[in-house]
Design a protein around this ligand. Sequence first.
Ligand SMILES: [Zn+2]
Length: 239
Amino acid sequence: MIKLTKAQKKKLRQLFFLFSVTMLSAVFISFTIYGIIRITHPADQNGAEETFCFADYQAERPAVKKKLLSKNKNSRPAIPLRQVNGIVIHYTANPGTDAMANRNYFESRKNCPDKAKYKVSSHYIVGLKGDIVQCIPEDEIAYASNERNEDTISIECCHPSKDGKFTEQTYQALLSLAAYLCVKYEIPKDSIIRHYDVTGKDCPRYYVAHPDEWERLKDDVFASMKKKQSLAVLSELHR
Ligand SMILES: [Zn+2]
């Protein structure tokens, strides 16, 4: 064993003390820097955006009145819609009119000449009191959203006034219908679009004028979905 002199022992203690203080300071400084980063960059706390798995969610089909249009060249061309890649939201641009009146307007197009200007329809219409009318089956195209007719489902919404703002009942029914369709076809939030996003048309007017409200609407659609029960047995029972 090496025998140390008193002076050497003292030196050793000093070195040990210095080493401990340095290490503790390093740990303290690291924690402080980490804390500052977490406070100044709160977004980093979430890391990558949370992934959304449609298989974990469900949304019941809302009550829908099925009043399909007669097959005709102008409003129900009976062209297959093979792949649903999005939902397009519209407003009727006809203040105060209800779902059936708009549905009947689409139906009346069958008596018009076979011309582009008479081609108009929509898969669904949400009424002023939240009633939903289906005009076209989901596996056929509607004439609503121009170049996106071939891969989207269209929803027209009624509105009481010119500004195009939906009633609370219309809004709530739209949320449940859109949530149901998003889960069914696994449509991501960014694929819920306005007619405006396709052609630049002022439709749906209120949500073109209020982009923040539009973002809220899409968030509300996804917030209205329900997380599935974890027990697979439950889904078996519901079959
Ligand atoms: Zn439109």
